[in-house]
Design a protein around this ligand. Structure first.
Ligand SMILES: [Zn+2]
Length: 168
């Protein structure tokens, strides 16, 4: 009796086995800035959740400063809720290249883009970072309105590229 040799394990296989959607994404293949659906979940009662990957900087090439990420988080979390009632959560990625936005309901990148655009326009007009104090935040001093606005401006400047995630 002969044994069939186990197929060689490639990095491709390793990625395909991960539980987290973004661990299965080849971060070398994407082109920031972009927005992309990272997950879509149907709950037991039939309600749908949509999670977006909002990528500000090119993975493994550039990242945002920590205080700018923090202020973008506060500003987007607050202002996005003025443009849609579907926001559940807006959170930064640990790699500091972007954010996740979790929304209730069915959404496409095309219908979420105007919401994000309006949110970032608000952010550019803001005169302060909301809740940047020791009562409402875990690190109230760790903020930069200017840094958040510079990152938002750079992202908005490339608005026409947002839905082009994987370059041809
Ligand atoms: Zn905070």
């Amino acid at each position: 009796m002969s044994e069939t040799p186990a197929p060689e394990r490639t990095a491709e296989d390793a990625r395909a086995r991960m539980n987290v959607e973004s661990f299965n994404l080849d971060h070398r293949a994407v082109r920031a800035p972009y927005i992309r659906i990272a997950d879509r979940k149907v709950l037991p009662a039939g309600d749908v959740l949509t999670k977006f990957d909002i990528r500000f900087t090119q993975p493994n090439v550039a990242h945002l400063d920590s205080d700018a990420v923090h202020s973008l988080e506060h500003l987007m979390a607050e202002h996005m809720r003025e443009h849609t009632s579907d926001v559940i959560d807006v959170s930064p990625m640990g790699c500091r290249t972007g954010f996740y936005a979790l929304l209730s309901g069915e959404h496409t990148a095309a219908d979420f883009a105007p919401v994000l655009e309006a949110t970032l326009q608000d952010l550019l007009a803001a005169t302060e970072v909301p809740a940047a104090n020791e009562v409402q935040c875990g690190w109230g001093a760790h903020h930069t309105l200017e840094g958040a606005q510079a990152a938002a401006r750079a992202f908005l400047d490339r608005r026409e590229e947002w839905e082009d995630v994987f370059p041809a």
